[in-house]
Design a protein around this ligand. Structure first.
Ligand SMILES: Nc1ncnc2c1ncn2[C@@H]1O[C@H](COP(=O)(O)OP(=O)(O)OP(=O)(O)O)[C@@H](O)[C@H]1O
Ligand SMILES: [Mg+2]
Length: 367
């Protein structure tokens, strides 16, 4: 459907990418990931000629669209684009936004355009907001309206540039599930996203961009479970870290729980997983606090590897000494509880600081 050959783009002296080649087939769901500034947006903007590439070819159904006579309008008609910031017309209702292009550009009779618009608004779940102004909708609803507007142009392929990154976290899922529905219906999509779980579940192919090009591409299994190249590996295994440090006697456990809750929500950990981590830490803190001196300090680190799902807790504390879990005075019920929730407990002492590392069992009982 689309062949990209040796595409190159720079802004002045700044080379964004070169030697980008890829095939996109009908029904593919291509997800582009990579560090900030690596050129993900620039690449998809080149695909629909919002940016003119320096050299290379983009061949769609046999026509090289980078050539002057290819007809930009025809290209744009085939490719819908959904932006991070919705780009709805703020002085028009949702329905007016959706029928605008069909009526004015494609000359579809208004009545028919409205009927079709409702079909798409229903599909994204906001038919009951047709007469609202964009400002009267939540971010998630606005983005779903933008998707309906895009669908109304009957594109053959939809390009998404971080469709959920401007949203309140509570609204990310509703937009992702609309996109999932679209891909299931067979729509060809190219999606730039930082939502790794989503990428993993939805993509037919992942492009990892880095080092001024597509650095590695492969199926989600290959990229997430067995990345071949160093930078991909570092990016994929990037650990999500929560850190809390305090003087032990001043420890604010409520503040910590709040941070842990935010953290778990942000990285899609379940309530059960959060509760287990919380419980293990609280049991240990109670003991550590009881024996603390005025100057003792503690640092709590929770590390979550989004790739493997592994969750580790590190407690670094200056008192009391030793592997407290094995201390005789440590409560037996607490000890059993902690062991029940963990696969591995190890203790080291480093420069007068006790380091207790615990690897959590996954909350469904498997390790
Ligand atoms: N219109 C522009 N003019 C000049 N330089 C630009 C322009 N757009 C992007 N760039 C530069 O091109 C490079 C790639 O930017 P791009 O926005 O494509 O990255 P990205 O991978 O989408 O990043 P992010 O994840 O932050 O959205 C950056 O160095 C950026 O500063
Ligand atoms: Mg971008």
């Amino acid at each position: 459907m689309i062949s990209i050959k040796n595409l190159k783009k720079s802004y002045g002296d700044n080379l964004v990418f070169e030697n980008v080649s890829a095939e996109i087939n009908r029904g593919d769901v291509i997800v582009i990931i990579g560090p900030s500034g690596c050129g993900k947006s620039t690449l998809i903007r080149c695909l629909n000629l919002l940016e003119q590439p320096d050299s290379g070819e983009i061949i769609i159904d046999g026509v090289d669209i980078t050539k002057k006579d290819a007809g930009i309008d025809r290209v744009r008609q085939k490719m819908g684009m959904v932006y991070q910031s919705f780009n709805l017309f703020s002085h028009k209702t949702i329905l007016e936004n959706v029928i605008l292009a069909p009526v004015n550009i494609f000359k579809i009779p208004k009545k028919q355009a409205i009927a079709e618009a409702f079909k798409y608004l229903k599909m994204v779940g906001i038919a009951n907001r047709a007469d609202y102004m964009p400002d009267q909708l939540s971010g998630g609803q606005k983005q779903r309206a933008a998707i309906a507007r895009c669908l109304a142009m009957r594109p053959e392929i939809i390009l998404f540039d971080e469709p959920t990154s401007a949203l309140d976290p509570t609204m990310v899922d509703e937009v992702l599930s609309v996109i999932r529905k679209l891909t299931k219906s067979g729509m060809t999509c190219v999606i730039v996203t930082h939502e790794m779980n989503f990428a993993k579940n939805i993509a037919s192919m992942i492009f990892y961009m880095d080092e001024k090009g597509i650095y590695e591409k492969g199926t989600p299994e290959a990229i997430f479970n067995n990345p071949q190249r160093e930078k991909t590996r570092a990016f994929i295994n990037k650990l999500k870290v929560l850190e809390y440090a305090s003087q032990i006697i001043d420890i604010d456990i409520y503040e910590f729980v709040r941070m842990l809750t935010d953290y778990c929500q942000k990285y899609d950990l379940t309530k059960q997983e959060k509760d287990n981590i919380n419980l293990v830490i609280e049991e240990l803190i109670v003991y550590i606090t009881a024996g603390a001196r005025q100057t003792d300090r503690i640092a709590i680190t929770v590390r979550y590897n989004e790739n493997t799902g592994e969750k580790e807790i590190y407690l670094r504390y200056t008192a009391p000494d030793g592997n407290i879990i094995e201390n005789e005075s440590f409560d037996e019920i607490s000890r059993r509880l902690i062991k029940g929730f963990t696969n591995e407990i190890s203790y080291t002492r480093d420069d007068n600081v006790n380091v207790l590392k615990l690897v959590m069992k996954s909350a469904d009982g498997k390790s």
